[in-house]
Design a protein around this ligand. Structure first.
Ligand code: PGA
Length: 276
């Protein structure tokens, strides 16, 4: 199959421990059936990866990931979690450089590059997040910030590796604030990202998601833009019925361009169905 899949990614942040994750899965699975052309990604807290993986087993459209990983496989990094550890728990994806990691925990472009490279080397798909703050936007520096953040990752990967990266554009001012970029704003930055990728010859292969206050009310208008390959959602992904609604409305809105990236064939170890 050579089709670009639509990706609905749920970032639970510091919500839903193992018991809550399992209860979510039971309700969600009853509400949402697998559908051609879309992938459902979940990023629970690390302690819930194993429970959610087990609960989603048998759903080929669902893949579970980590919210953050260390680039070293093991060592004296108190509080750190390595890629082999999250993979053992069932993760086949990881967020890298989410704005909360960058701005609340001081994660640098260089660290984002290291984590991305380590994820790819281990065979796990990195979902690398980029986005400008409000002051950067107000100062007219949006493009500069996006180019710098992407460049920091482009610079440490060869073109082959880029085929396995997924990006998310999440303007920091739109995350958890209820303000989201207009479909035009989002499409414009997605074009800029594609131009950066195009310079390395990987433009068409890398899915680019949009994130920041996406919900059931705005997902359809955002996903009518061909530049968006899916959404990365925090608050509106926490409730099983609400998240199912976002997925249904987004799927109905999207007209997929043909050709390009096939998520299922690119994932290092396939979907949850293939897990031990
Ligand atoms: P939000 O979070 O949907 O709650 O704005 C998005 C994110 O941080 O990934």
């Amino acid at each position: 199959m050579n089709e670009r899949k639509l990706i609905f990614a749920a970032n639970w942040k510091m919500n839903h421990g193992a018991a809550e994750a399992q209860a979510f899965a039971e309700k969600f699975l009853a509400l949402t059936s697998p559908a051609d052309g879309r992938s459902l990604w979940f990023f629970p807290p690390a302690v819930s990866i194993a429970a959610l993986t087990a609960a989603m087993k048998g759903r080929p459209d669902v893949t579970v990931g980590a919210q953050n990983v260390h680039w070293e496989p093991k060592g004296a990094y108190t509080g750190g979690i390595s890629i082999p550890m999250v993979m053992e728990a069932g993760a086949r994806l990881t967020l890298v450089g989410h704005s909360e990691r960058r701005h609340l925990f001081g994660e640098t472009d260089e660290q984002v590059g290291r984590k991305t490279r380590a994820a790819l080397a281990a065979g796990i798909t990195p979902l690398v997040c980029v986005g400008e703050t409000l002051s950067e936007r107000d100062g007219g520096r949006t493009e500069q910030v996006i180019v710098r953040q992407i460049g920091a990752v482009l610079g440490v990967l060869d073109a082959q590796a880029w085929h396995k990266v997924v990006l998310a554009y999440e303007p920091v001012w739109a995350i958890g604030t209820g303000k989201n970029a207009t479909p035009d704003d989002a499409a414009q930055i997605h074009e800029l990202i594609r131009m950066q990728l195009g310079r390395r010859g990987v433009s068409f292969h890398v899915p680019v998601l949009y994130g920041g206050s996406v919900n059931a009310g705005n997902v359809a208008s955002l996903l009518t833009r061909p530049q968006l390959d899916g959404v990365l959602v925090g608050g509106a992904s926490l409730d099983p019925a609400g998240w199912s609604d976002v997925i249904v409305r987004g799927s109905q809105a999207k007209v997929r361009p043909s050709g390009g990236w096939d998520v299922s064939s690119e994932l290092g170890a396939g979907s949850q169905e293939d897990l031990p």
